[in-house]
Each structure stands twice: as structure tokens, then as C-alpha cells.
Design a protein around this ligand. Structure first.
Ligand code: ASP
Length: 426
């Protein structure tokens, strides 16, 4: 190996990971803008990062949730559970309201008059039924759920298994008690091994990030202008306001330093932004909660996977903005009553949204349906929907970063109220 090559190699592994990721991001954007669509060949390099992160997701969720539920007394688990779910729901409702506010201020799509452009309609996607999503949380076959990467059913099963183990660890029968400790140790060991793998995977992140960003910018270029520019602006302003006001106020009220929070939360936020997957970011989020804030594993191993699945504040903001955009674009602005409906359905839709790229755009269909704007082939609604679908990659980056930030805020607040956090770090 030449000394120059060795120098680069050394630099790569010795320099700060976040700086490397940031360099990958900026360089990717520049390369994408310069080379345009022709840069699509970089795609596999980005897919490798997404695959690596996905690879560790299911084992991490299973191991950490079982360990989490098993190391906590059932009474405490109940308290943490109720607190975090209430937190997630209330902040999600706030988020849709922020999205609607932005949509009403910016009025994206106003004057587009897509009513006459119906023939440009986009593809139709099947609308998921919310009730079915709820029932599907109970896995018919837990092993099947784990094998096929269904997060909610796996969470459901892992929590039950963990609770059962936690009861058995208390058993008076020494045989049962001993076997419960053994199975607990197995999951604990698996969780530790997964964290080690996460560290290795992160070394690849800067390269994967470079490729992911280059492809997105190559496709969208600087040409996402006009109404779509307004949608993007409204959505991103909503994301920023939600983080800067709602989360910051919540942190301050709970006497958690926003400055320390945002410093410690940077890595998961950046990872979420570039991978567009809350689930994929999960290992990084857990690491940050553990190392940067000293949150007890009992809390974060439960609240974070749950949050990555049901708490989607960024997605809720996006749905608020886009529902209004589509209303304006087809010349039928949403009434006040319709906007209230959007708040309710967008909260439900964000719960049902999987933490993977693009999932929020599918759930937007559910929101549109609720206000009488079904996406059907050849209709103006479909045309407007196709427009926002076209820039989904960009909108998804911001909303995923907010989603993950919300999970971290909730986790810290609940951990603090349960005295399960290192006070000197917040
Ligand atoms: N990509 C988002 C996430 O993983 C979900 C969405 O598409 O809204 O959090």
C-alpha cells in the first residue's frame, strides 16, 4: 500500500465519524447537482448502508426489548408504557396542527388549477385499512413476523416474552428461576453483540451517505421549484418549528438542557435525515441515549423501538401540509371541519406508518380519503398526489429526522421522570 493510500485509510478511521458523515453529505449534494441523473449508478453504495442498518434492526429490537421488558418490574413497565404513549400521541397531534398552520400560511398549490390537468394523474396505490393495521399488531406467527421484518408484531411479541421472563426471574421455584436467568442472559448477550456490529456498520456510513445524497440531488437537482418548492418550504419550516418550539419547550419544562440535548442527539438526527428510516436509525438512536445521556437501558430499549414505529411527528406535519397542498391544487381548499378530520386521521396514520423510507406517503392516502379526496386514477387529486410523491425523498429526509428527534425527546422526558437518566448529562 502506498503511503498516500495508507494516509487516507488512517484519516478515514481516525477522524470524527460525524464530520466524515457531514463531508459525505455535502460532497454528495454537490456531485448530485453537477452530474444529475447520470449519477444514479452510485445507488448500490447507498443501498448497502440501508441494508446494513436494516440487517441489524430485527435482532436489535428483539434482543433489546426482551431484555428491557425482562429487567423491569411489571409495575414500572406499566408506568413507563403509559407515560410514553401519552407523550407520543399528544406531540403527534401538535405536529399535525403545526403542519396545517404552515399549509394555511403558505397555501402551497394555490392557483395550480389541477382540475384541468387530470390526465397527468399518477399511479394509484392501494389504501391500507387502519383497523387491519391494528389487528395485525398481534403476530399470528412471531417467528414469521421477525423473519419478514414486521416491526409492530415483533415489538408486541418481544414485550410479552420479556414480561413473562421478568415474572419467572422472580419465581420461587429455583429450576424456573434459573432457566429464566439463562434465557435472559442469552438475549442480553445478543443485544451486546448487536451494538458491537452497529459500531462497525457506522464506519461505512460516510460512504453510504455520500451515495444516497448524490442520487437524490441528481434526480431532483435544483429544479424542484414553484409549488413544490413551497410545499418543501412549508414542510421544512414546520419540521424546524416543531423541533425548535414544541420539543424545546417540553425539554425546558422538564429541566433538560436543550443545548445538551441537541448536541447529544446530532448523530441520530443526521442518520435519520440521510437514511429516511426511523427503524434503520434505531441502533444509532439507542447508542446516543445510552452513551450521551446515560438513559437506563430499561427505558430506551422499550420507548425507542416503540417510538420508531408509532411516533411520527415529522410524518404528521408532512401529512398536514400535503393534505392542504392537494386541496389548494385542485381548487377545493380544505374547510375548517376537514382540517380537524385531518388532525385525527393524520395522528392515526402516523401511528400506522412503518419507520421505513416513503411509508408516510402511502399513509397520506388514508388521510386524503378521510376528507373525501380519494386518489383515483385520472383524477386531479391523483395528479396532485403524484406531484408530492415526486419529491418524497426530500420531504422524507426532514420528517424522519423529526420523527427520531421526537422519540428521543419522549425517552428523555420519561427517563427523567423515572429517575433513569444520568442527571449530569442533561
Ligand atoms: N421515513 C419515515 C420514517 O422512517 C416514515 C415516513 O415515510 O414518514 O420515520
Amino acid at each position: 500500500m502506498s503511503s498516500e493510500k495508507k494516509g487516507l485509510f488512517d484519516w478515514y478511521f481516525k477522524s470524527n465519524l460525524l464530520i466524515r458523515i457531514f463531508i459525505g453529505l455535502v460532497a454528495g449534494a454537490l456531485v448530485g447537482i453537477i452530474f444529475g441523473e447520470s449519477i444514479a449508478w452510485l445507488n448500490p453504495l447507498g443501498s448497502i448502508l440501508v441494508s446494513l442498518l436494516k440487517m441489524i434492526v430485527m435482532p436489535v429490537i428483539l434482543a433489546t426489548l426482551v431484555v428491557g421488558a425482562a429487567s423491569i418490574k411489571p409495575s414500572t413497565l406499566g408506568k413507563v408504557g403509559v407515560k410514553i404513549i401519552v407523550f407520543y400521541l399528544i406531540t403527534s397531534a401538535f405536529a399535525v396542527a403545526v403542519g396545517l398552520l404552515m399549509g394555511n400560511i403558505f397555501k402551497p398549490g394555490l392557483g395550480l388549477a389541477l382540475g384541468s390537468a387530470a390526465d397527468t394523474a399518477g399511479k394509484v396505490l392501494t389504501q391500507p385499512k387502519f383497523m387491519d393495521t391494528l389487528i395485525a399488531i398481534i403476530p399470528k406467527n412471531p417467528f414469521g413476523a421477525i423473519a419478514s421484518g414486521q416491526v409492530l408484531p415483533t415489538i408486541f411479541f418481544a414485550i410479552l416474552l420479556g414480561i413473562a421472563i421478568s415474572f419467572l426471574r422472580d419465581s420461587k421455584d429455583s429450576r424456573i428461576q434459573k432457566s429464566a436467568e439463562t434465557i435472559f442472559a442469552v438475549f442480553d448477550g445478543l443485544a451486546e453483540a448487536m451494538y458491537l456490529i452497529v459500531n462497525g456498520v457506522l464506519q461505512y456510513a460516510p460512504i453510504g451517505v455520500f451515495a444516497l445524497i448524490a442520487v437524490v440531488f441528481g434526480k431532483q437537482g435544483a429544479s424542484a421549484v414553484g409549488p413544490l418548492g413551497t410545499v418543501t418550504l412549508a414542510a421544512f419550516l414546520g419540521y424546524v418549528l416543531h423541533v425548535a418550539i414544541v420539543y424545546t419547550v417540553i425539554l425546558m419544562v422538564n429541566r433538560i438542557s436543550p443545548k445538551k440535548f441537541f448536541k447529544g442527539a446530532r448523530a441520530p438526527m443526521v442518520t435519520a435525515f440521510v437514511t429516511r428510516s426511523s427503524s434503520g436509525t434505531l441502533p444509532v438512536t439507542m447508542k446516543a441515549m445510552d452513551e450521551n445521556f446515560g438513559v437506563s437501558k430499561n427505558v430506551y430499549s422499550f420507548t425507542l423501538p416503540l417510538g420508531a414505529t408509532i411516533n411520527m411527528d415529522g410524518t404528521a406535519i408532512y401529512q398536514g401540509v400535503c393534505a392542504l397542498f392537494i386541496g389548494f391544487a385542485i381548487g377545493m381548499p380544505l374547510s375548517f371541519g376537514q382540517q380537524i378530520t385531518v388532525i385525527v386521521t393524520a395522528v392515526l396514520a402516523s401511528i400506522g406508518t412503518a419507520g421505513v423510507p416513503g411509508a408516510g406517503a402511502i399513509m397520506l392516502l388514508m388521510v386524503l380519503n378521510s376528507v373525501g379526496l380519494p386518489v383515483e386514477a385520472g383524477t386531479p387529486v391523483a395528479a396532485a398526489y403524484a406531484m408530492v410523491l415526486g419529491i418524497d425523498a426530500i420531504l422524507d429526509m426532514g420528517r424522519t429526522a423529526v420523527n427520531v428527534t421526537g422519540d428521543m425527546t419522549g425517552t428523555l422526558v420519561v427517563a427523567k421522570s423515572e429517575k433513569q437518566v444520568d442527571e449530569s448529562k442533561i
